[in-house]
Structures are given as structure tokens and as C-alpha cells.
Design a binder for this molecule. Structure first.
Ligand code: GDP
Length: 440
């Protein structure tokens, strides 16, 4: 995401390389380049112009600090302005009411239903809520089934009335049902059309009036750029929504929607959705997003994701095993699975400063883990717990069972052995395996 914008901005900053200070002349060229980059990322010209005017004023007004080069100064100014444009601080969903009513609206195909599932999962696993999903799309029978499938995957109840053609009534009944069943959040997924039309707008507005939601989240496909921003405007004029959800940020989006929606409708982006897996919903942090756009990575998110997956008890258990030189294939597999839960490998690497750019063209698929997992899965429980058991003939059997070449199995065994040796060496150092704490 935003790759081409990132590259163009980097090019713009390069123009200041070698310059001793910021001047009217060198700032003008850089700023022009930044403006072009923004427009090419599908940012409306007027917004791009205002943005770069502010950057220019700030840069020229800045006192010359010798420790900072003009290039670095410019990066800092642009980062602050990007964060400001996207809303500066994060705004969470308001969950105070019981039940909290969340209405989800947007065009068909924007990712509404997928998002509803992700949100329910997020509220269940991260906010300890008991959500109820409501199928409010009365036009597409398949939409009810889709929501039911999602609900089943995440263990969340789905309320639907397949025979009822009155969406307002369904929403009201769902609310009653939620109160009787102790659901403290209800998420109403509404019908969408391919383009904004009056019937759809009236219907959503009627649902809003009938159930009085605390949150109305407008879902928009970030790949649609300027169109996304225009649709947001139309929905907001009618619904006065409380927040935006940007979907498909994993795709080849140029970034325009993410950058300008907040500015245009003056409503915060609350979530971003990347991918179809139900556990990939992220709260939107404008500052972190600005850093990622500028290739500064996003260590904060990376650390948070790690903290979510690795708990203290597990870390202690692992540390003990490493200290006693007992790290085995079961531990290895457990570690792999935890890393996988943090998100896509390429995405994670992209959060490390400087690495995102380096890996952007590499084909890093999460299948890389699959081969290793297949090898470990083909071992017997005894072999997994006691790696030293695995001799030549066992390796052959493992290769056959996992569908891998014997060379691949040998290579993996060698790497595993090297890792164990490294752990042993560390154990001999003062402080021992404590040094590995961050690892587990
Ligand atoms: P709805 O019509 O608004 O309810 O949209 P859906 O939730 O059915 O999504 C439309 C299509 O987009 C489906 O094929 C989804 O799998 C896909 N989709 C939804 N969200 C994302 C996302 O964040 N990333 C990607 N790549 N695809 C998504």
C-alpha cells in the first residue's frame, strides 16, 4: 500500500540532499514534487495545494538547526502534516452504552459484511464484548448466508429474518433479541447498492431513526480513490456517520482515500481492514500511518502485535526450556504459529524501518512457513520432543510424509541444529537465556 507515493516523496526529499539550508528556491522545487506525488496518489488538487502551502510555510519559517539537514527537516514537516491531514490522533469506537448499537453502511462490494465479521471478532476477542451480528440486507439472500458463515467462524451469533422484507423491523427485533440475550453490542450490517441511490439512503436513514445507534460506520473501498471520498460525502450528508472504515488497504491502493477522507467529511477513520482473514482488523492511527508512508516503519504496531500474541507465562516456559537445552520441534512450531497470528509476513517486515522498501518487490508469501510446518507435522510426537532421535532413515520417512525433498528436510534439520547450538552457547554466557526474552 502507498508504495508509489512513498517512493515519490522520497524522491522529492532527495532534491534537498546536499543543500546546506532551506531556501525559497530549493523548497519550491521539493514542494512542487510533493504536490505532484499527492495528486498522482489520487489526492484532490485543492487539498494537495493547501497541504504543500502549509509545508512550505513551515519549512521557510523553521529556524536553521545545524544538527538537522534540510532533507530531514522536510521529512519531519511532511510527516506531521500527513498525520494532521488524516486526523492526528486515533478515535476509538464508543462502547459505553449497553447494548452499544453499531450501524454499518456503505456501497455493495465495499467490504461491509466482511468488516462486520471482523468488528464482531475484534470486540469479542479484544474488548471482551458479547456481540450480536444482524443481517439487515433484505435484498440479497446470499448476504444472510455470508454473514452466518462469518458468524460461525468467529463464534458470534447472527440474527436474521429471511422472510421479513422490512429492514427497520428486523433491526428493531434484533435489538429486542440482544437485550433478552445479554448481547452488549449489536452490529447491523445493512444492504448496499452498486451506486448511491435514494431508496437505499432512505432505508439506512430509517434504520438509524428507529434504533438510534451510538456508532454509524461508513465502510469504503480504499482502492476507489476519489470516488470513495465523493461517496463518503454523500453518505455523510444524509447519515451524519460517526466514523469511516477503510477496507482493502492490502491491495494496490494509491492512498488518496486514506489521505483525504477525514479532511473532506471531518469524520475520523476508525478502522482499516487489510485482507479477508477475520483477525486482521486494525484501529487506525494517523501518526503511524504517516510514518509508514514515509518509510519510517511502524515499530509501535509491531511491538503491540507481538505483545498480543506472546504472553508472559508462555515466555517463561519457553525461556526455561531454552535454558535447559530442551528447545524442540513442538516449541518451534508454536513460535511459528504465534508469528503467523500477528499478520502477513510481508506486512510485518514492512513495519520495520527501512525494510518495507527493500522487500516490496520480493515475493514473500506466508507459504514459506507451510513447508516447515509440513515437515514438523510429519514427525512423530517422540521425534518432535526429542530432535536427536531423527536419523537418516527417519528423515527419509519425514520427507516422504511431508511431500518435500530429502535435501529440504536436511537443510531444515541443519538450521534447527544451528539454532539449538546458538541457544546452548547463550546459556553459557552470564545472564543466560534471559537475553532471549524478547524472542518469546
Ligand atoms: P459488501 O457487499 O459490502 O458486504 O462486501 P463484502 O464484505 O461481501 O466484500 C466484497 C469483496 O471484497 C469480497 O470478495 C471480500 O472478500 C473482499 N474484501 C472485503 N474486505 C477486504 C479487504 O480488506 N481486503 C481484501 N483484499 N478484500 C476484501
Amino acid at each position: 500500500m502507498f508504495e508509489s507515493l512513498s517512493e515519490r516523496l522520497e524522491g522529492a526529499f532527495k532534491q534537498l540532499k546536499g543543500e546546506g539550508r532551506i531556501s525559497e528556491i530549493n523548497v519550491a522545487t521539493t514542494v512542487k514534487e510533493i504536490r505532484r506525488a499527492l495528486v498522482d496518489a489520487d489526492v484532490n488538487y485543492k487539498i494537495a495545494k493547501e497541504f504543500t502551502d502549509r509545508v512550505k510555510d513551515k519549512a521557510l519559517g523553521e529556524k536553521v538547526i545545524t544538527a538537522i539537514s534540510p532533507g530531514q527537516l522536510m521529512v519531519k514537516i511532511v510527516k506531521d502534516e500527513l498525520a494532521e491531514l488524516m486526523g492526528n490522533t486515533e478515535v476509538e469506537v464508543d462502547l459505553k452504552a449497553n447494548p452499544t448499537i453499531i450501524l454499518v453502511a456503505g456501497l455493495q462490494g465495499s467490504g461491509k459484511t466482511t468488516f462486520s465479521g471482523k468488528l464482531a471478532n475484534f470486540l469479542k476477542t479484544k474488548k471482551a464484548r458479547k456481540p450480536l451480528l444482524v443481517a439487515g440486507d433484505i435484498y440479497r439472500p446470499a448476504a444472510i448466508d455470508q454473514l452466518k458463515v462469518l458468524g460461525e467462524q468467529i463464534g458470534v451469533e447472527v440474527y436474521s429474518e429471511p422472510e421479513n422484507k422490512n429492514a427497520v423491523e428486523i433491526a428493531q427485533n434484533a435489538l429486542k433479541h440482544a437485550k433478552q440475550n445479554g448481547n452488549n453490542v449489536i452490529i447491523v450490517d445493512t444492504a448496499g447498492r452498486l451506486a448511491v441511490d435514494e431508496t437505499m439512503m432512505t432505508e439506512v436513514a430509517n434504520i438509524k431513526a428507529a434504533i438510534n445507534p451510538q456508532e454509524i460506520l461508513f465502510v469504503v473501498d480504499s482502492m476507489t480513490g476519489q470516488d470513495a471520498v465523493n461517496t463518503a460525502k454523500t453518505f455523510n450528508d444524509r447519515l451524519d456517520f460517526s466514523g469511516v472504515v477503510l477496507t482493502k488497504l492490502d491491495g494496490d491502493t494509491r492512498g488518496g482515500a486514506a489521505l483525504t477522507i477525514k479532511y473532506t467529511v471531518n469524520k475520523p477513520i476508525k478502522f482499516v481492514s487489510m485482507g479477508e482473514k477475520l483477525d486482521t482488523l486494525d484501529v487506525f492511527y494517523p501518526e503511524r500511518m504517516a510514518q509508514r508512508i514515509l518509510g519510517m516503519g511502524d515499530i509501535t504496531t509491531l511491538v503491540e502485535k507481538a505483545q498480543e500474541q506472546f504472553n508472559e507465562a508462555q515466555a517463561k516456559k519457553l525461556e526455561k526450556k531454552i535454558r535447559q537445552n530442551q528447545f524442540d520441534f513442538d516449541d518451534f512450531k508454536e513460535q511459528l504459529q504465534q508469528i503467523k497470528k500477528m499478520g502477513s509476513l510481508k506486512d510485518l517486515l514492512g513495519m520495520i524501518p527501512g525494510v518495507g522498501k527493500a522487500v516490496k518487490d520480493l515475493d514473500i508469501s506466508d507459504d514459506a512457513f507451510k513447508g516447515i510446518e509440513a515437515i514438523i507435522n510429519s514427525m512423530t510426537p517422540e521425534e518432535r520432543g526429542n530432535p536427536d532421535l531423527i536419523d537418516g532413515s527417519r528423515r527419509k520417512r519425514i520427507a516422504k510424509g511431508s511431500g518435500k525433498d530429502i535435501q529440504e528436510v536436511n537443510q531444515f534439520m541443519k538450521q534447527f541444529e544451528q539454532m539449538r547450538q546458538m541457544m546452548k552457547t547463550m546459556n553459557k554466557l552470564p545472564g543466560g537465556a534471559k537475553g532471549l526474552k524478547g524472542f518469546g
